[in-house]
Design a protein around this ligand. Structure first.
Ligand SMILES: [Zn+2]
Length: 262
């Protein structure tokens, strides 16, 4: 994971707004009821995929949080070993509350691990700790997709906040469909952000796998478990991309459909 938290919150708030306003902007009359078919056909299946991905990462985590790693290293110890081997002795490792709340914070250059990962000596602990250190190494090495991602966060935050207002105004007022299309374009920044997040997350996990093997933090059996946990986590980012693409497509189809009816 990687500080996408303000954005995720904004998105959640927006998704709520979209379902509330779906009758105003889309939908087809059916005896007084309005059914937003695009929501049913696109957004709901995507949300189901996202829920499955979440359930899978939780079950992989639960499974491998119970199995101790062969060297009995804690997540914090593994993280320290990898950081130090990259000359990142100055990057602190903090404990933060919660479960699966682990993240790297580029603002203060800290690795933040949940209590179970920080102190735990399970296969899941070393895997997640190594993944977060992967982000710290990306940051130190100015990994390019990471820089792109950081650069578009403000654009995405702005886009996700203002897009719906423009779309509704564009559809409600006359002769202002162009405004709705600007809203659609701004809304696409959410999906673009999710797309750029993928290489960053996959690369952090790849670095984690390489490091735990290279430094002898995990044996082959441990490494297999680590891979399962990290792959399940990566799938949640794929699911997030699918969800934002589905939402984007729905909004686009509603606006372009309105254009054709005029
Ligand atoms: Zn991550």
């Amino acid at each position: 994971m990687y500080e996408a938290f303000t954005l995720a919150a904004a998105q959640m708030a927006n998704n709520g707004a979209y379902s509330d306003t779906s009758n105003a902007i889309g939908g087809y009359g059916l005896g007084g009821f309005y059914i937003d078919y695009y929501y049913i056909l696109l957004v709901i299946p995507a949300m189901i995929i996202a829920l499955i991905a979440q359930a899978r990462v939780k079950s992989a985590y639960r499974k491998y949080a119970k199995i101790q790693n062969s060297r009995g290293l804690s997540g914090a110890q593994a993280a320290r070993m990898i950081l130090d081997s990259h000359g990142l002795t100055y990057v602190p490792i903090n404990m933060v509350q919660g479960t699966l709340s682990d993240h790297f914070n580029p603002k203060d250059n800290t690795v933040n691990l949940s209590p179970e990962v920080f102190s735990g000596t399970s296969i899941a602990s070393i895997g997640i700790a190594a993944h977060e250190v992967g982000h710290a190494i990306q940051h130190a090495e100015h990994y390019f997709p990471n820089k792109v991602r950081s650069a578009i966060i403000p654009i995405t935050n702005f886009g996700s906040q203002i897009s719906m207002i423009l779309i509704i105004l564009g559809l409600v007022l006359s002769q202002t469909l162009w405004l709705a299309y600007i809203g659609v374009a701004l809304y696409s920044t959410v999906a673009i952000f999710q797309l750029v997040t993928l290489p960053v997350e996959f690369n952090a996990s790849k670095r984690a796998m390489n490091q735990i093997k290279a430094l002898g933090i995990a044996n082959d059996t441990d490494a297999k478990g680590v891979r399962k946990v990290l792959t399940a986590a990566a799938m949640t980012y794929v699911a997030a991309l699918i969800t934002s693409l589905a939402s984007f497509l729905r909004i686009f189809l509603i606006v372009s459909g309105r254009g054709r009816r005029r």
